[in-house]
Design a binder for this molecule. Sequence first.
Ligand SMILES: Nc1ncnc2c1ncn2[C@@H]1O[C@H](COP(=O)(O)OP(=O)(O)O)[C@@H](O)[C@H]1O
Ligand SMILES: [Mg+2]
Length: 152
Amino acid sequence: MEMERTFVMIKPDGVQRGLVGKILQRFEDRGMKIAGMKLIHVTVDLASTHYEEHVGKPFYEPLMKYIQSGPVVVAVIEAPDAIEQVRKMVGATDPADADVGTIRHTWAQDVTRNRIHAADSPASAEGEIGIYFKEGEILDYPLSVHDWMFRD
Ligand SMILES: Nc1ncnc2c1ncn2[C@@H]1O[C@H](COP(=O)(O)OP(=O)(O)O)[C@@H](O)[C@H]1O
Ligand SMILES: [Mg+2]
């Protein structure tokens, strides 16, 4: 089975609300592999690189302030079709529009403070992994459950 890597970030409100374990549990429950993970404080430099595409939008300044307002958990999640599958699990940007059962629908109410970020394309996954992870921080290891989950 062809594996793909995606980037996720549990935003400061997710950490403060004690949702790190619960959110990561959803990925583990689907048999997705955590290939990298750390708790960091997003600096202004990291935030401006990550959110470059949003410069000039009305929510840019509040977003920049919010993302730097406390520690976040960044992770690399590996699975078949990981980018699209994780975006589906995360739900629509505005939690009010997110499908019932998605992470944002379950734990968020506010369009800015929507608990979690996930890369939206192969290019953004690669770019965001590169912004937040150094070489050697992403681990290549067999997840034994994958032998049982996927056909050769
Ligand atoms: N209309 C908006 N008003 C306030 N904040 C927003 C709005 N749109 C997006 N944001 C914030 O900016 C982040 C990045 O936006 P975007 O990339 O469009 O969404 P997504 O996180 O679903 O990929 C969102 O997750 C959210 O925190
Ligand atoms: Mg986005």
